[in-house]
Write a protein that binds this ligand. Sequence first.
Ligand code: PHE
Length: 451
Amino acid sequence: MAERGNFGSKLGIVLATAGSAVGLGNIWRFPYMTGQNGGAVFLLTYIGCIFLLGIPGMLSEFMIGRHGQANAAKAYEKVSGSRAWRWVGYLGILTGTVILGFYAVVAGWCCEYLYASVTGKTLGDADYVKDYFVSFSGDLWRPVLWGVVFLLATHFVVVRGVRKGIEKASKRLMPILMVLLIILVVASCMLPGAMEGIRFLLQPDFSKLTSHSMLEALGQAFFSLSLGTSCLCTYASYFKKNINLLQAASQIALLDTLIAIMAGLVIFPAAATVGINPDSGPSLIFITLPNVFQQAFGGIPALAYMVSILFYALLVFAALTSTISMHEIGTAFFSEEMHLPRQKSAWIITAATALICVLCAWSVGAKPEIQIAGVSLMDFCDQLTANVMLPLGGMLACLLVGWFVPKTTVYNEFTNDGQHNQQFYHIVLFAIRYVCPLAILFVFLHQLGIV
Ligand code: PHE
């Protein structure tokens, strides 16, 4: 068998995995989820989920992947020594594929907005900007076209392989994204009505905490960390043995949270300034952002124009580093397990996700009759994956590492054969064995009204 790919440098590993974590989850999903779930209190719950449950969950997937040195299904089998655990890998691959399908719709919207920024079409008053989004997303072909183009772009990076494609792209793009976000945070927070938006994000109102918002925060934390899809497990199978897993997980979680908060600090002050309700859902950023650019930089039209182009370009790239990681889960699986060439297995994933993408795009646009359980197919896929499949996948990864993998294996993976992190071993193991599975179980049962 050909040697498996691996990430070249430590920086490359952290940036590629962070590239998977940082994406539309931070800049598109986090703001509208926060908007719909009461603002600051959601942010607090979210941060709690990231650090108490997310980091132990990430570590579990990292250990399974690096020890298994294989695609998700095989890694779960190898690490547990039982074929039954392959199913957790299958669940992850399925979840990643469904997410990729609807994620491509939103990534396609970003592409349209990039194009519209270049041609100057996003410039206009607040009503114009709103109408623009409604008429574009309601079109039969445009959203579908962009979504599929985006999937093809993902496909071509993935077939180039791990090091040349994924690592190189992430290393270049992540730093630019950070710089641009900082500029936008400053610009947005200086807008005339900014204070109200800042308060909404940072001043908690505990009466808004419900069992549903807790579940949403948990789902959002896992979605944003790419946790529960076996994506982290697949990437970790390309990690070298000298990587300090605890350090990598903490750095990625911190960076990911920081970027989400920064996105909130761009969106909410701007939304408050132009009088848009922060609970308006998935279209939030597509309606507020063009307004931010105009209000903040409108005095210098050329600057407003440039910032808008740069921002949507980066959003597209941030989405791409995430879609690459979702695509890789299934591609690695088909090529290793079915012994298919990488090209062919990548096409299987691209075709399956393109179908989901088309149906989801129509369900929130031209064909609203595409519904499941009374909601659009897009919302259904989003809710099912984030609120059920991801927490379930994360919980099972923790259960496997906490209860079924031999202790020496866990110890050796966690400490790199006793080289570092010994002092954290027991506390992290405790979180993996008890805190993470029980908390997720509690949130599930609470949501069902059982506890
Ligand atoms: N974490 C990515 C984001 O925030 C989305 C993602 C989910 C990527 C699951 C891979 C797996 O945009």
